[in-house]
Design a binder for this molecule. Structure first.
Ligand SMILES: Nc1ncnc2c1ncn2[C@@H]1O[C@H](COP(=O)(O)OP(=O)(O)O)[C@@H](O)[C@H]1O
Ligand SMILES: [Mg+2]
Length: 347
C-alpha cells in the first residue's frame, strides 16, 4: 500500500505497523536508547501483550506511538508508525490530536493521577466524548450512562455525580476505561492498568478488558511486567529487553516452547497465587543494562546462562522459529551461519 508520505507499508492487513522505531532521550549529550529499532504489527481484533522488566522500554513504545513524549532535541523519535493510510510520526500536533482518543486511546497504571480531582466523573467522561464528537448535551448524558453501564459500574445514576476520591481504585480504572472507549477507538493501549490494584480487582479489570475487546472488536496493546497477566488476556506477545524485542510469539507457543533464554527467566519468575507465601520467587540474576552503556553482542548475554563466544561479539537478528514466533538468539542459528556472521563482523 502506498502511504501519503511516499513510503510503502508492506503489511496493510495490520491495523498498526511499527517499523524500525527508535526513541532516544538525550541527557548531557549522551543518548538513552529507550526504544532501539523495534518492528511489530498489531492486527485487527487482537490483544497484543508487551512484557518485560521495568525500564525495558514498554511505556516509551506506547508513548512514542501516541507522540506523548517531550519534543526534540531532548527526545528524538525515528522510524515509521503506520496507521490506516498514514505514518503517525509524520503528522502535525493538530492531526495527532484527532487520532488520540478517537482512533487510539490509552489507559495508564495509576487512574488517580489521570483523573481530575475537582470534576465529577460524569463531567469528565462527557468532556472526553464532546472533545471528539459534535453531539448535544442530552445525547452526551445518554452516552455517559451507556459507557458506565458498559464498564459495569453499579448504580451509574448515583456514580455519575461522584468525584474520583469517592471511588475505589478498581472503580476509577473502570471510569478510565469508559473514557478511553467512549469514542469507539480502533486501538486501546493499556499500560500496566492493573498493577496498582489488589489481586481480586486486578482479575475483574482483566476480564472486563477482554470482554469489551470481544464485544467491541477493539484491538488492544496490553503492557505488563507480569507474564501471568499475559496468559490471561493476550493473543500474541512480544518480549522487550533494553529497548529491543527479544521474542514475539502467540501466547500459546510462548508458554509451550519459550524461545529466548530471557523469556524463560521471565516465565520462571511469574508470581503464583496458589503457592504458599513462604516459597520465594525466582528472581532473574543481574539487572537491566544501563541504557547509556554500550553492550557488545547480545544485550542479554551478561545475564544469560547459555551465552557463548558469538553472543559476546555480535547481536543476532530475529530468526523465525515457529509459525508466528521470532527469537533474537544465536541458539537458533546453524553453526555455519554463526561462523559466517561472526566473520563478517570481524573482517
Ligand atoms: N522522559 C524520559 N527521559 C529520559 N529517559 C527516559 C524518559 N522516559 C523513560 N526513560 C528511560 O527509558 C527507558 C525505558 O523506560 P520505560 O519505557 O518507561 O520502561 P518500562 O515501561 O518498560 O518500565 C528507561 O531507561 C527510562 O529510564
Ligand atoms: Mg512502564
Amino acid at each position: 500500500m502506498k502511504i501519503k508520505d511516499g513510503t510503502v507499508n508492506n503489511n496493510s492487513k495490520a491495523l498498526l505497523s511499527v517499523n524500525n522505531l527508535k526513541t532516544y532521550f538525550y541527557i548531557d549529550r549522551k543518548a538513552v536508547k529507550a526504544v532501539d529499532g523495534i518492528d511489530f504489527n498489531i492486527n485487527r481484533n487482537e490483544i497484543l501483550g508487551i512484557v518485560g522488566e521495568s525500564g525495558s522500554g514498554k511505556s516509551v513504545t506506547a508513548l512514542s506511538i501516541l507522540r506523548l513524549l517531550p519534543s526534540a532535541p531532548s527526545c528524538i523519535i525515528s522510524g515509521k508508525v503506520y496507521y490506516n493510510n498514514g505514518n503517525l510520526l509524520g503528522l502535525n500536533e493538530k492531526q495527532m490530536q484527532r487520532i488520540r482518543g478517537a482512533e487510539i486511546s490509552m489507559i495508564f497504571q495509576e487512574p488517580a493521577t489521570s483523573l481530575n480531582p475537582v470534576l465529577t466523573i460524569g463531567k469528565q467522561i462527557a468532556e472526553s466524548i464532546q472533545f471528539h464528537q459534535k453531539i448535544n448535551k442530552e445525547e452526551t448524558s445518554k452516552k455517559v450512562l451507556e459507557m458506565l453501564n458498559l464498564v459495569k459500574i453499579p448504580d451509574p445514576y448515583r456514580r455519575i455525580k461522584e468525584y474520583p476520591h469517592e471511588m475505589s481504585g478498581g472503580m476509577k480504572q473502570r471510569v478510565m476505561i469508559a473514557m478511553a472507549l467512549s469514542c469507539n477507538p480502533s486501538l486501546l493501549i493499556a499500560d500496566e492498568p492493573t498493577t496498582a490494584l489488589d489481586v481480586v480487582t486486578q482479575k475483574q479489570i482483566l476480564y472486563l478488558i477482554k470482554e469489551l475487546q470481544m464485544k467491541l472488536g477493539t484491538s488492544v496493546i496490553f503492557i505488563t511486567h507480569n507474564f501471568g497477566v499475559i496468559a490471561k488476556i493476550a493473543d500474541r506477545v512480544m518480549v522487550m529487553y533494553a529497548g529491543k524485542i527479544l521474542e514475539q510469539a502467540s501466547v500459546k507457543d510462548i508458554f509451550q516452547r519459550p524461545g529466548h533464554p530471557y523469556t524463560l527467566s521471565l516465565l520462571k519468575s511469574i508470581p503464583r497465587l496458589d503457592v504458599s507465601k513462604r516459597g520465594r520467587l525466582k528472581a532473574i540474576p543481574g539487572s537491566l543494562p544501563d541504557p547509556m552503556d554500550k553492550i557488545e553482542g547480545c544485550l542479554f548475554h551478561p545475564r544469560c546462562e547459555f551465552a557463548t563466544d558469538i553472543c559476546r561479539i555480535k547481536n543476532p537478528e530475529p530468526i523465525k522459529t515457529g509459525n508466528q514466533q521470532y527469537v533474537r538468539c544465536w541458539m537458533y542459528y546453524k553453526k555455519e551461519e554463526v561462523y559466517f556472521k561472526n566473520t563478517i563482523k570481524r573482517y
